[in-house]
Design a protein around this ligand. Structure first.
Ligand code: RFL
Ligand code: PHB
Length: 390
């Protein structure tokens, strides 16, 4: 088998890269460890930056997003029993975010890929990358019990945090930076109308809480929990009681309860691996970095990596210039570190840390008061939340 770009992973990064390459006439094959249904069953992010929406338009997969996505002009920070609105639209000169689930983005990309007749090999086992430090890279894998080899010009490692691409890089060639937070998020998805029209991020003495949504009839709620908590110990009633206890009274009163259709705990981590290019292997998305979800940046960073990587590959094939792929790692990392900073800062400002002293709690509240009362500080939050320019 041969292709121009071998893509490992059919998450949002791999599928978006594949779709953009297809439209530019660049041949690619995606190898995915899981089944398509499994990939679609993972409930993850929900907030898209305007830049990501633009890329989905460019990829020709934004029709349903524009019909069903909810455009949000602002969100709220809640503390001391009050809500303070960050007016994204006014503070950023007209920018917004769109609430549309990662699952739906993935579904739209999978459908477009199928319609284009592009090849995705699902349930590919034992995927390995080889020869990326030379001119003839290849990807080895097992399909239906048979060993296969895929020759290519480039390999895009879009296989997430636990993927094999990053792990295949020789140890001395990569640097890793990490912070693991001493808590996780317990999330619930339920077919009930959201408690508020816009997202509410709450700092409370009992811990952080977030009210989000997927549509006018589907809510997504989170509460901060200790890392040793088990999902089985959280009945829906216990979850809703804890959520309401952490929200300002008017928001708590508006929470409509209903059976959860998904409930899971995700740990929080900040992580960056540098660089993102190793010869003919590129890393993109969660394969090279993780942010805690507090800034809603994980999925959006995957899209910005693909912006730079796709532009570089298109220049290589269509303009016969390697300037773009040579600059990929440095360009992507410059934006990644800023999103890492914002996500770390939002996490630090909004969560209750087990080791937090009364002084540190006062600092959190002072920071929130400052953001709420200063146009300069609110503008900084808003410009990061809608997404820094590519
Ligand atoms: P993905 O989505 O993890 O996709 C990687 C794909 O690669 C496949 N894979 C392999 N395929 C072949 N061979 C191998 N050896 C492979 N190993 C792995 C996997 O099966 C998978 O299909 O990475 P991608 O495309 O870079 O997309 C990144 C986003 O998914 C991610 O940044 C966000 O979802 C992060 N994230 C969240 N971000 C937010 O902005 N808001 C959230 O609320 C939010 N919640 C989450 C999240 C990530 C989570 N993870 C990864 C544990 C909740 C969770 C649980
Ligand atoms: C979500 O809807 O899942 C969501 C929204 C905003 C975040 C994190 C998660 O910051």
């Amino acid at each position: 088998m041969r292709t121009q770009v071998a893509i490992i992973g059919a998450g949002p990064s791999g599928l978006l890269l594949g779709q953009l390459l297809n439209r530019a006439g660049i041949d690619n094959i995606i190898l995915e460890r899981k089944s398509g249904d499994y990939v679609l069953s993972r409930i993850r992010a929900g907030v898209l930056e305007q830049g990501m929406v633009g890329m989905l338009e460019e990829a020709g997969v934004a029709e349903r997003l524009h019909e069903e996505g909810l455009v949000h002009d602002g969100f709220a920070l809640a503390f001391n029993g009050r809500r303070h609105r960050i007016d994204l639209h006014t503070l950023t000169g007209g920018k917004t975010v769109t609430v549309y689930g990662q699952t739906e983005v993935t579904r739209d990309l999978m459908r477009a890929r199928e319609a284009a007749g592009a090849v995705t090999i699902y349930e590919a086992d034992d995927v390995r990358v080889d020869g990326f430090d030379g001119d003839h890279p290849k990807v080895l894998f097992v399909q239906n019990g048979m060993s296969q080899s895929l020759d290519c010009d480039f390999i895009a490692g879009c296989d997430g945090f636990h993927g094999i691409s990053r792990q295949s890089v020789p140890e001395g060639a990569i640097s890793e930076f990490e912070r693991v937070y001493p808590f996780g998020w317990l999330g619930v998805l339920a077919d009930v109308p959201p408690a508020a029209h816009e997202l509410v991020y709450a700092n409370d003495a009992r811990g952080f809480a977030l009210c989000s949504m997927r549509s006018a009839t589907r809510s997504r709620y989170y509460v901060q929990v200790a890392l040793d908590e088990r999902v089985e110990d959280w009945s829906d009633d216990r979850f809703y009681d804890e959520l309401r206890a952490r929200l300002p009274q008017d928001v708590a009163d508006a929470v409509v309860t209903g059976p959860s259709i998904e409930k899971s705990i995700a740990p929080l981590r900040s992580f960056v691996a540098e660089p993102m290019r190793f010869g003919r292997l590129f890393l993109a998305g969660d394969a090279s970095h993780i942010v805690p979800p507090t800034g809603a940046k994980g999925l959006n960073l995957a899209a910005s990596d693909i912006r730079y990587l796709f532009d570089g590959l298109r220049e290589h094939y269509l303009d016969k210039s390697d300037a773009g792929i040579d600059a990929y790692s440095q360009k992507a990392l410059s934006r990644i570190w800023k999103a890492e900073r914002f996500s770390w800062w939002m996490t630090s400002m909004l969560h209750r840390f087990p080791s937090q002293s009364p002084f540190e709690q006062r600092m959190q509240l002072a920071e929130l008061e400052y953001v709420a009362s200063s146009v300069a500080a609110s503008t900084s939050v808003a410009e990061n939340y809608v997404g820094l320019p590519y």
